[in-house]
Ligand binder design. Structure first.
Ligand code: TXA
Ligand code: MG
Length: 315
C-alpha cells in the first residue's frame, strides 16, 4: 500500500510496525525500510524483502536520547561532540550495543549503527511507534537506494506492508558512517562531508577495502543500476560507443549519447548528490546498453558521489 505521509497514515504505519510489520518511510537521505529493532522476527522480514545477506548489519533509527539509551551501552566523548553538532541529521555512529539488541540487527557484532534522522516524517513515525526502528535503505540488496516513494514501489512493491510517500528526499545520498572505537574511522562517506566531521573531532582514518575496520555491508558492488555502468571521462569515448549509451556528468554536456543527464548545471556537489540516484534510476529505466559516468573531484560531497559511482561501476 502506498499512502501520502499524513498524520493519519503515519499513525496507521505505527500500528503496522507495532504488530511486526515492515514499512518504507522517507528520511533526509534515502527511503528506509523499517521494522521494530527489538522484534527479531520483524527484522528478519527486512532481510527477506531486500534479499540481503544476513551478515550485513542494519542501522537503528532513534527519535531522541532516551531511545538511543535503549540500544547503546555507552557514548564516548567524541560521540557526544558529533551528536551535539550533527544530530538530528545524516550521520550514523557505530557504538557499543546493549545486549537486548537482537543479534540479527547487528549481524552478531558487539556494536550497533545508530542515527537520528531530521526528516519530519521519520521523526513523527518514530515518535508514534515509541520504539527504535531498524531501517536499511529500501532497495533490493545491491541495487540503487530509493530517493522517492515511487522507487520503493517499483523495486519492492507489495512485498512491503506500507509505503509512506514524503516526496523526494533532500540529500539523495546515504548518511555518513563513523565508527569511534578504538579510534575514529570513516566507514562510509555520505551526506555530511568528512571535512566537517574532522573539523569537529580531528582526523578520521579511512576504511579501505583491505582494512580490518569497515562497514561489513560495504561490498564493492553496491548501489548499482541494472544497466552496466562505467566510470570514464566522456571525452575519451568515441561516437560509435555513445549511440546506445547514456551519460551522467556533473556539469558538462556531451553530444552523441542516446541520453544525457547533468547533475548540477552550477557544478554544485550538494545538488549533484541529491540528484545522483534519481538520475541513475531514470537512466536505468531507458533500457540503454551502458551508462558512462564522468568522475567528479573528491572533496566535500564529491567523495561520497565517487564512492557510489565506483560501486555502481564494479558490478
Ligand atoms: O542514510 C542512511 O543511512 C539510510 C537511511 C535509510 O537511514 N540507511 C542506510 O542503511 O543506508 P543501509 O543498511 O543501506 O547501510 C548501512 C550500512 C551498511 O553498509 C552496514 O554494513 C553498516 O551500515 N553497518 C551497520 N551496522 C554496522 C556496525 N555495527 N559496524 C559497522 N558497519 C555497520
Ligand atoms: Mg543500502
Amino acid at each position: 500500500m502506498f499512502l501520502p505521509a499524513t498524520r493519519d497514515s503515519i499513525a496507521r504505519a505505527a500500528v503496522r510496525l507495532r504488530q511486526g510489520g515492515v514499512v518504507a518511510f522517507p528520511t533526509e537521505t534515502v527511503y528506509g525500510l523499517g521494522a521494530l529493532a527489538f522484534d527479531a522476527r520483524a527484522v528478519a522480514r527486512i532481510f527477506e524483502i531486500k534479499g540481503r545477506p544476513s551478515f550485513d548489519p542494519l542501522i537503528v533509527h532513534v527519535a531522541d536520547r532516551s531511545m538511543l539509551q535503549e540500544v547503546v551501552a555507552a557514548v564516548p566523548p567524541a560521540g557526544e561532540t558529533l551528536m551535539e553538532r550533527f544530530w538530528p541529521g545524516p550521520l550514523t555512529l557505530i557504538l557499543a550495543k546493549r545486549p537486548a539488541v537482537p543479534g540479527l540487527v547487528t549481524a552478531g557484532l558487539s556494536t550497533v549503527a545508530v542515527r537520528m534522522s531530521d526528516h519530519p516524517v521519520a521523526r513523527a513515525l518514530l515518535e508514534a511507534v515509541g520504539s527504535p526502528l531498524a531501517a536499511p535503505s529500501a532497495n533490493p540488496f545491491g541495487r540503487l537506494s530509493p530517493t522517492r516513494a515511487e522507487h520503493v514501489a517499483r523495486m519492492l512493491g507489495d512485498r512491503v506492508d506500507l509505503i509512506l510517500d514524503g516526496g523526494a528526499t533532500m540529500h539523495g545520498i546515504e548518511s555518513t558512517i563513523v565508527a569511534l572505537e578504538p579510534r575514529p574511522v570513516l566507514l562510509r562517506p555520505g551526506a555530511i562531508p568528512v571535512e566537517q566531521i574532522e573539523a569537529s573531532i580531528g582526523p578520521l582514518e579511512r576504511a579501505t577495502r583491505g582494512s580490518a575496520v569497515r562497514a561489513p555491508g560495504q561490498l564493492a558492488q553496491h548501489y548499482a543500476p541494472a544497466t552496466p555502468l562505467r566510470l570514464i571521462d566522456p571525452r575519451l569515448v568515441p561516437d560509435s560507443e555513445r549511440r546506445r549509451a547514456g551519460v551522467v556528468t556533473l556539469r558538462d554536456a556531451y553530444d552523441g549519447y542516446s541520453a544525457s543527464r547533468i547533475l548540477s548545471r552550477r557544478g554544485d556537489l550538494r545538488e549533484a548528490a541529491a540528484d545522483l540516484f534519481e538520475v541513475l534510476h531514470a537512466l536505468d529505466a531507458l533500457g540503454l546498453e551502458r551508462i558512462d559516468a564522468a568522475p567528479v573531484g573528491e572533496s566535500g560531497l564529491g567523495l561520497a558521489i565517487m564512492d557510489r559511482l565506483r560501486r555502481a561501476a564494479s558490478r
